[in-house]
Design a protein around this ligand. Sequence first.
Ligand code: SF4
Length: 340
Amino acid sequence: MAATVSDILLDWYDRHARDLPWRAPPGTPPPDPYRVWLSEVMLQQTTVAAVKPYFEAFTRRWPDVAALAAAPEDDVMAAWAGLGYYSRARNLVKCARAVAARGGFPTTETELRELPGLGAYTAAAVAAIAFAQRAVVVDANVERVVARLFAIDTPIPAARKPIRVAADAITPARRAGDFAQAMMDLGSSVCTAREPKCLLCPLAKTCKARATGDPARLPVKAPKKPKPLRRGRAFWIEREGEVWLVRREGKGMLGGMRALPDDGWSARADGTGEAPMPGTWESAGVVRHVFTHAALELSVVVQRNAPAPDAQGEWWPIDRIDDAGLPTLFAKAARLVLAG
Ligand code: SF4
């Protein structure tokens, strides 16, 4: 089955590959590792459609890894705002600096894995796509396709090991990068989560899940534990067309980002409710946000014509609030206040 699956899939990819700004067309020399790495890190956060404008803005501003390495971390964090998982933006800068210091990206999966913040998936993807190395690249799309091809019905996460073994068995030595991208494309456009389009699938004949008649039930996912609900308050402090912003502590949730002051909620605890200064606070409503480890209900309260709090921070023009690089949670809070 191994040779057959990769041959059929590469043939399909030659005709149906998605045209994406970080890709090289099938069968052409590999793309720039910087662009592959950057796109893969961004794609771990969100969809291709959401990543495209970020990728274009990043590569326009920082066209190569040396330019990104030389950028102030604050600028990169602000450009990343809206993509989520801000620790990844910090790691992006760290990794760019390590790569620039060594004179370029290493070419093997093992050496790539040693770069700061570069995980197993990204190392495999960059090695395969940018350096044509044989590497087993398994993202959520590939996981789904492989679970179905081999009818692996162990629930994820326990299924990850057999899925990896099966993915390894079908990964070819030649064109491993195109193969990885072909699997990603198949997963995103044909073997989709809810309604796989088996009639259009080049692998339909060999697919075990299809033979069972209900491929969409795979992969099986272990039931999710409900996320703890945290509560906190954010403070909109305004005077003369400006709002008071703070810089969050360098480590921890949304670390290093500009934000509204808050009452110290975290992934592990509710906030104390304590305001950064005395005075009368009006409610602007509640913002709900879901993080990896917790859900948050953030009450947003407002004080106008206020003095500066007795703490570090800066007055920021409200009509330029979109340029502050606020993470999504605080951007939502700002929108709530401004809509009111
Ligand atoms: S035949 Fe259907 S279930 Fe199997 S890989 Fe193709 S699209 Fe997915």
